[in-house]
Structure formats: structure tokens, C-alpha cells
Design a protein around this ligand. Sequence first.
Ligand code: T46
Length: 133
Amino acid sequence: MEIRKYTYDIRGDERGNLVALECMKEIPFDIKRVYYITDTQTDVVRGHHAHKNLKQILICVHGSCKIGLDNGKEKAEVLLDKINEGLYIESDMWRTMYDFSEGAVLLVLASELYDEADYIRNYDEFINYVNNK
Ligand code: T46
């Protein structure tokens, strides 16, 4: 499976770090929604779903977490632990997020507004969906 990870410039100086992200430059889609995940305990696994259309960039802006990816044929695990590293997740990808470090903050930039109808939350349904495409 091809993992699309982006490394962004850190505009750091003696005052600290700044990472700037612009649509169609660092982010390969127009951002319609931003959300962030905090205070997830180390033993909690989030996600367990896929999206039919949504594309997202995930950046762990504090601490670390792991992302499990599954396209129905192959699986992969990606560690996010850098403020300037973005993981691109295409549609039709089952994902889980786990192993959150204490205080981890996972920032997500999304190509679409929130739409529950875009979610596939049942794994068997996901496998049928990708196999029939
Ligand atoms: C994804 C991974 C990486 C909203 O009301 N608006 C939103 O934009 C989102 C993302 C969620 N919600 C509500 C829906 C649930 O009642 O927030 C609650 C928690 O959402 P969910 O259980 O889907 O969260 P995660 O962490 O399992 O998954 C989220 C995104 O939903 C999903 O699109 O790819 O993060």
C-alpha cells in the first residue's frame, strides 16, 4: 500500500515553531472542516470506519499516535509523532487511531463537511463496498 506522508517546513526561530498549511499547496484539497482529537487514553482505539468520499490530512501536533490503515487488500501502520508530518488518507480506507501518548493532539483537515452518510462503520460492509467498486 502506498503511504502518502507529507513533510512540511517548520518556520522556527528563537521564539518557537510555526507550520503553515495552505490549500492546494501543502494540502491537496480545499479544506472544508477542521477538527482535533485530544485526551484519548492510551488503551483506546478510535475510528473503525471508512469514508466513501472524504479525504483527510492527519497531523499529530502534540505527542504521538498510530494510525492503522486497511484498503481491503493490504494493511499498514503509520506512526505520527512530528508536528510537521501529515498523513493523507484517501476515501475507501478503513482507519483506526490508537496508542495515543499522554496529552496527544491529533489535528485533522478534511475535504468535506461532516456527513454521517459518508461513513461506513461496519467492516464487512466496507469489504463488500471496495470489492464491488
Ligand atoms: C476520521 C477519524 C480520523 C461531529 O459532530 N463532527 C465532526 O466533524 C466529527 C469528525 C465528529 N462529530 C461527532 C460524531 C460523534 O458523535 O463527534 C463524535 C465522535 O466522532 P467519531 O466517533 O466519528 O470520532 P473518531 O475519532 O472515531 O473518528 C474521527 C472522524 O469521525 C473520522 O471521520 O476519519 O476521526
